[in-house]
Design a protein around this ligand. Structure first.
Ligand code: ZN
Length: 682
């Protein structure tokens, strides 16, 4: 069994890559985006998107551009108007509007960053410098812990701190929040970057070492080259102790309750009592340790590796993770490595855009509250909620039809569907940001305090009753997510806009575009990860061994289908890594097609540009995935992301019988799959 994050999109795409403008297209599918010269059965992705690809020029500040990005751009314009109004309002100190205005100002004020950044960094560097004993080191490592990971909802497994905290409903008591601890300690995206022997990775490592040295030099530290050598050696040793992304995604390996004494016994080397005290976690009597072998391995490294190497690592991570707030030169060097070398993007996004991104991410709820009110009308919410109801009915019918599931399993699946909480647009209630202080001219302090604010918010939730109406995304985020421990879904307002959802577009388009996305998220409720959580969010294997065997046979065929995709010679999509997302795509497409047909109530769907309803449905689905991506970014996605690249997500149609009929696909077509090879999940 295998578990995967349930958000719809790579976070990277949502954070860094934005297109020029979103189009409005109330006729639904975009004809200019298509390439009629391509046969739909040979490459359905290019058939639906060839025009978009031919006409899209990647600006130098983008790693990727797609229809998702166009919508992200629209959302940012909307957020920009919120910031602009907050700035003009001159709102009272301490109010949400004032915080929005001040945080934006602090990011835009380059002169203030230049004069405050290094002085703000200095005391933190001095603290690291004052580490002399293993006890001191344990304290510093504990103080560095942040709530910067999220294993199940957002699929954020990476933290550069030694370990990361995630507070979520407990695997074993889903009615209360518990602290989960995840592996960390490296700055590059994952362990493969340190351990893979390909020429491409070797070259990245050489450039990385130079980059680390440059960061030390720019921050004014002595012996930058020697320090960089030590950092790379230590991070490589940590990477060796970490487990892979695919293994991290397996929740059946993650339910490891450890009491404080277990850490000392099972992971000797780190002064755990000091570590927990410094992290504010000394009152906890049980933790869920996600990757136990990494905790054992990394704790041993704390004892076996020289304290000086650890000090260098802490100093480098401190500088790297606050780069935009320290100085122009340090911020530019960070982008040169992480933006250009790793993602292939020559230029940074404009400063005002980056400032909006910081405000939107840091003040998620205060911005979201205004966003929802201003940009998500009640009629749109009602229409999407009725589509959701149709999708749930389609899943209900499909589950009822399944013959391979044991009756008890089917009953629990239907109970899960019946109790699934689907939230559309925005949360029912909002978080208070009263404890977050914002200065108009000290970005370093603002970012530092924001991380601590989030951390203390998480600490405060431990042991509290679970709030099943909670959101883990902001309304202004173009994405969607399944929260397995809450048995709930979030569909933020920002994704419920054209081209994904348009109240004026034909149903064929809306079901093909946003309907398949809603179906994707619902499917996660029952998929390989959903199968591990019952209707109350408890980790309980509610499948029989026979159900599981059938599911694994069917889904391994799907993994094998994805293994055949080869974006670069010799570089294949990792079927196992993307399996959870591929399953959700197959199931979401099938259920959305059913829901679309049901919505017609026996009437024929209106034609658009001579395309029948089902044709529009499949084209709209494939158009969700239009993108132009730089090679380096695509390589990074194949290595690190649980989502398949969009060009292959569009090919999900191969598994759907309705697609063969709609486009008259024949065995001679390249995408043709014999009926026995078409994967049906539900
Ligand atoms: Zn997903």
């Amino acid at each position: 069994m295998h578990s995967l994050p349930r958000r719809l999109l790579p976070l990277l795409f949502c954070t860094f890559a934005i297109a020029a403008s979103a189009q409005t297209q109330d006729t639904g599918i975009s004809i200019p985006h298509m390439d009629p010269a391509v046969r739909p059965g040979d490459n359905f992705y290019l058939y639906a998107n060839g025009g978009f690809i031919a006409h899209t020029k990647l600006p130098p500040d983008r790693a990727s551009i797609g229809v998702f990005n166009a919508l992200v751009d629209l959302s940012f314009k909307q957020v920009a108007s919120i910031i602009d109004d907050a700035t003009k309002a001159n709102a009272p100190a301490g109010s949400d509007e004032r915080k929005i205005a001040d945080l934006y100002k602090s990011y835009m004020d380059e002169a203030a960053i230049e004069s405050h950044g290094v002085p703000a960094l200095k005391p933190h560097l001095a603290e690291i410098d004052a580490i002399h004993t293993p006890h001191d080191l344990a304290r510093a490592l504990g103080q560095s812990v942040r709530a910067d990971v999220d294993a199940l909802n957002l699929g954020q497994f990476h933290t550069a701190n030694l370990f990361g905290l995630w507070v979520a409903p407990s695997f074993n008591d889903p009615n209360h929040y518990a602290p989960y601890l995840l592996q960390g300690g490296i700055e590059l995206p994952n362990r493969d970057y340190y351990l893979d022997d390909s020429e491409n990775m070797k070259s990245i490592r050489a450039k990385y070492q130079t980059h680390v040295a440059t960061m030390f030099r720019l921050a004014g530290l002595s012996d930058p080259e020697a320090r960089a050598t030590r950092v790379l050696a230590l991070e490589t040793a940590i990477a060796e102790k970490q487990i892979s992304l695919a293994d991290s995604e397996d929740i059946h390996k993650a339910n490891n309750p450890w009491h404080p004494a277990d850490f000392t016994a099972k992971a000797p080397g780190l002064d755990w009592p000091e570590f927990f005290t410094a992290a504010g976690l000394d009152k906890q009597d049980v933790f869920l340790v996600w990757q136990p072998s990494a905790f054992t391995g990394e704790a041993a490294l704390v004892a076996s590796q020289p304290i000086d190497a650890w000090k260098d690592l802490l100093a480098y991570h401190l500088i790297e993770n606050h780069a935009p707030a320290i100085s122009k030169a340090i911020a530019a060097e960070r982008f040169a490595f992480f933006g250009t070398t790793l993602s292939g993007t020559p230029q940074q996004r404009p400063r005002d855009f980056r400032a909006q991104a910081i405000v939107s991410a840091t003040l998620g709820d205060p911005v979201g509250k205004i966003y929802a009110k201003r940009f998500f009308p009640p009629e749109a919410k009602a229409q999407v909620e009725s589509m959701v109801a149709n999708l749930i009915a389609a899943f209900h019918a499909r589950l009822e039809d399944i013959t391979w599931m044991a009756p008890a399993t089917k009953k629990e699946a239907l109970t899960k569907l019946g109790t699934l909480k689907v939230s559309v647009g925005y949360p029912d209630h909002w978080r208070s940001y009263a404890a977050y202080q914002v200065s108009p001219d000290n970005l370093f302090a603002n970012l530092w305090n924001a991380d601590l604010f989030e951390y203390h918010y998480s600490l405060g939730r431990i042991g509290q009753p679970t709030d099943r109406t909670e959101w883990c995304m902001e309304p202004q985020t173009v994405n969607a997510v399944n929260l397995p421990l809450d048995n709930s879904l979030n569909f933020p307002a920002a994704i419920l806009q054209p081209p994904f959802f348009d109240p004026k577009a034909p149903a064929a388009h809306n079901y093909g575009a946003i309907g398949t996305i809603i179906g994707h998220e619902i499917s996660h409720t029952f998929d390989s990860e959903g199968a591990a959580f019952d209707s109350e969010g408890r980790v309980r294997n509610w499948w029989t061994p026979e159900d599981l065997a059938h599911f694994e046979t069917v889904t391994s065929a799907l993994a094998a289908q994805y293994d055949t995709y080869e974006p670069f010679p010799g570089v294949h999509v990792k079927g196992k890594q993307v399996l959870g997302e591929a399953i959700a795509d197959v199931a979401g497409l099938a259920a959305a097609l059913d829901a679309f047909h049901a919505s017609l109530k026996g009437n024929a769907a209106p034609k658009v540009a001579n395309f029948a309803g089902d044709q529009q449905f499949f084209i709209a689905f494939a158009q969700n995935w239009a993108s132009v991506t730089r090679d380096a970014a695509l390589r990074q996605q194949v290595l690190t992301d649980p989502h398949p690249p969009g060009q292959y997500r569009a090919l999900t149609v191969r598994n759907e019988y309705g697609w063969y009929t709609a486009f008259d696909i024949q065995p001679t077509d390249k995408l043709y799959l014999a009926p026995k090879d078409r994967v049906r999940i539900w």
